[in-house]
Design a protein around this ligand. Structure first.
Ligand SMILES: C[S@@+](CC[C@H](N)C(=O)[O-])C[C@H]1O[C@@H](n2cnc3c(N)ncnc32)[C@H](O)[C@@H]1O
Length: 200
């Protein structure tokens, strides 16, 4: 089982752009929006940002944001959507990229990778944080598939609280929340894997 390739995502974003549509819509992820509502703005990195729905919300809340994705079409889309907002869109691989200056917040929203690649992305995000900085992660949980809920995606690129906690702790982060939450979708009930971790 492999992570979905750059070509896979590039094809999806390019097709959506050509059709004048969006893969993920304009609204930020609900859990991310809840979590950032009470944070003091600073510098945020949105890793695997896609079309930038979370990055744009952060920028509108007063954050300076670096939004990264390995799909050039996604990056172009963020640049266009973020005109006039303090969002820098960067083409980069999440398993190797670190922020050029220490960030106060790192967001990983449905960055579905196989375990070693996800651990690398969490480690790079942890390295990108300033002391006291927070990592917010949300993923499609493997339990979703196991429980026969809404998920249809390859279980090899889903994850669990145990795996994401271990990756965060290996990256010297202090885990503040590690758990699961059900979410209603058009396809039925889905299960998210959640992580909040802080750089000491
Ligand atoms: C399910 S989408 C989520 C996009 C966005 N975070 C959101 O919630 O709207 C996953 C994103 O991760 C990106 N991605 C996957 N693997 C990546 C990698 N190794 N490096 C950078 N981006 C990656 C894809 O291009 C895609 O935009």
């Amino acid at each position: 089982m492999t992570s979905r390739s750059r070509e896979f995502w590039e094809g999806r974003y390019r097709a959506a752009a050509d059709a004048g549509t969006s893969l993920w819509g304009a609204e930020p992820n609900g859990w991310i929006a809840e979590q950032v509502a009470g944070l003091a703005p600073g510098l945020a990195v949105d890793v695997g940002a896609g079309e930038g729905r979370n990055a744009l919300r952060l920028a509108r809340l007063g954050w300076r944001v670096v939004a990264t994705d390995f799909s050039p079409a996604a990056v172009e889309g963020v640049r266009a959507a973020a005109a006039g907002l303090p969002v820098e869109a960067v083409e980069a691989d999440a398993t190797t990229w670190t922020a050029p200056e220490p960030a106060d917040l790192a967001v990983l929203c449905y960055l579905q990778l196989r375990p070693e690649a996800l651990a690398a992305a969490i480690a790079r995000a942890a390295e990108s944080l300033a002391p006291g900085g927070v990592l917010l992660g949300i993923w499609h949980d493997r339990e979703d598939v196991d429980r026969g809920l809404a998920g249809t995606m390859d279980p090899g690129i889903r994850t669990t609280p145990t795996e994401t906690r271990a990756a965060a702790e290996s990256a010297a982060l202090v885990v503040e929340l590690s758990g699961r939450r059900d979410r209603q979708t058009a396809a039925g009930t889905a299960c998210d894997c959640l992580l909040i971790a802080r750089r000491p």
